[in-house]
Design a protein. Sequence first.
Length: 93
Amino acid sequence: MIVNGSINYSPSGRKRKTHRKVKKVQPAFKPLNQPKPYRRETIEYPSQPMMGVASKAQEDYKKEVSKGYTLAPAYNKGAYQVISTENIKHIGK
Protein backbone atom coordinates (compact mmCIF):
# COMPACT_ATOMS: atom_id res chain seq x y z
CA MET A 1 0.00 0.00 0.00
CA ILE A 2 1.36 3.42 -0.95
CA VAL A 3 0.45 6.31 1.34
CA ASN A 4 0.94 9.86 0.15
CA GLY A 5 1.64 12.56 2.69
CA SER A 6 4.13 13.80 5.20
CA ILE A 7 5.91 11.65 7.76
CA ASN A 8 5.27 14.36 10.35
CA TYR A 9 1.69 13.11 10.64
CA SER A 10 0.40 9.70 11.79
CA PRO A 11 -2.00 7.64 9.63
CA SER A 12 -4.87 8.92 11.79
CA GLY A 13 -3.98 12.54 10.91
CA ARG A 14 -2.48 13.65 14.22
CA LYS A 15 0.75 15.61 14.14
CA ARG A 16 3.67 13.69 15.57
CA LYS A 17 5.92 15.27 18.19
CA THR A 18 9.34 16.19 16.96
CA HIS A 19 11.73 15.66 19.83
CA ARG A 20 15.06 14.94 18.36
CA LYS A 21 17.83 14.94 20.90
CA VAL A 22 21.13 15.55 19.21
CA LYS A 23 24.21 15.94 21.31
CA LYS A 24 26.36 18.84 20.27
CA VAL A 25 30.04 18.13 20.04
CA GLN A 26 31.98 20.55 22.21
CA PRO A 27 35.38 21.55 20.88
CA ALA A 28 38.40 20.67 22.94
CA PHE A 29 39.69 23.43 25.25
CA LYS A 30 42.74 25.28 23.94
CA PRO A 31 44.34 27.97 26.10
CA LEU A 32 44.72 31.33 24.38
CA ASN A 33 48.27 31.92 23.26
CA GLN A 34 48.41 35.68 22.72
CA PRO A 35 51.67 37.17 21.45
CA LYS A 36 52.97 40.49 22.75
CA PRO A 37 51.66 43.47 20.76
CA TYR A 38 54.07 45.03 18.30
CA ARG A 39 55.51 48.33 19.50
CA ARG A 40 57.95 50.10 17.24
CA GLU A 41 61.00 51.78 18.65
CA THR A 42 60.49 55.54 18.72
CA ILE A 43 62.77 58.26 19.90
CA GLU A 44 61.18 60.47 22.52
CA TYR A 45 61.37 64.11 21.54
CA PRO A 46 60.74 66.66 24.30
CA SER A 47 58.15 69.38 23.73
CA GLN A 48 59.13 72.94 22.99
CA PRO A 49 59.36 74.87 26.26
CA MET A 50 56.79 77.61 26.71
CA MET A 51 58.56 80.95 26.56
CA GLY A 52 56.80 84.19 27.43
CA VAL A 53 59.05 86.29 25.18
CA ALA A 54 57.57 84.99 21.92
CA SER A 55 53.99 85.57 23.05
CA LYS A 56 54.78 89.16 24.15
CA ALA A 57 56.15 89.98 20.69
CA GLN A 58 52.92 88.77 19.07
CA GLU A 59 50.76 90.82 21.42
CA ASP A 60 52.83 93.96 20.84
CA TYR A 61 52.41 93.57 17.07
CA LYS A 62 48.62 93.23 17.41
CA LYS A 63 48.41 96.33 19.57
CA GLU A 64 50.43 98.36 17.09
CA VAL A 65 48.20 97.32 14.17
CA SER A 66 44.96 97.90 16.09
CA LYS A 67 45.98 101.52 16.87
CA GLY A 68 45.35 102.38 13.23
CA TYR A 69 41.71 101.22 13.23
CA THR A 70 38.49 101.92 15.14
CA LEU A 71 35.10 100.17 15.47
CA ALA A 72 31.84 101.85 14.50
CA PRO A 73 28.26 100.55 14.25
CA ALA A 74 26.76 100.41 10.78
CA TYR A 75 23.94 102.77 9.82
CA ASN A 76 21.09 100.24 9.66
CA LYS A 77 22.75 96.88 10.28
CA GLY A 78 23.70 95.03 13.46
CA ALA A 79 27.32 94.37 12.56
CA TYR A 80 30.25 96.61 13.44
CA GLN A 81 32.59 98.19 10.90
CA VAL A 82 36.36 98.27 11.22
CA ILE A 83 37.42 101.67 9.92
CA SER A 84 40.91 103.11 9.56
CA THR A 85 41.74 106.34 11.38
CA GLU A 86 41.93 108.27 8.08
CA ASN A 87 38.27 107.46 7.25
CA ILE A 88 36.71 108.27 10.63
CA LYS A 89 35.19 111.47 9.26
CA HIS A 90 33.17 109.39 6.72
CA ILE A 91 31.54 107.03 9.28
CA GLY A 92 28.03 108.51 9.20
CA LYS A 93 27.83 109.08 5.45
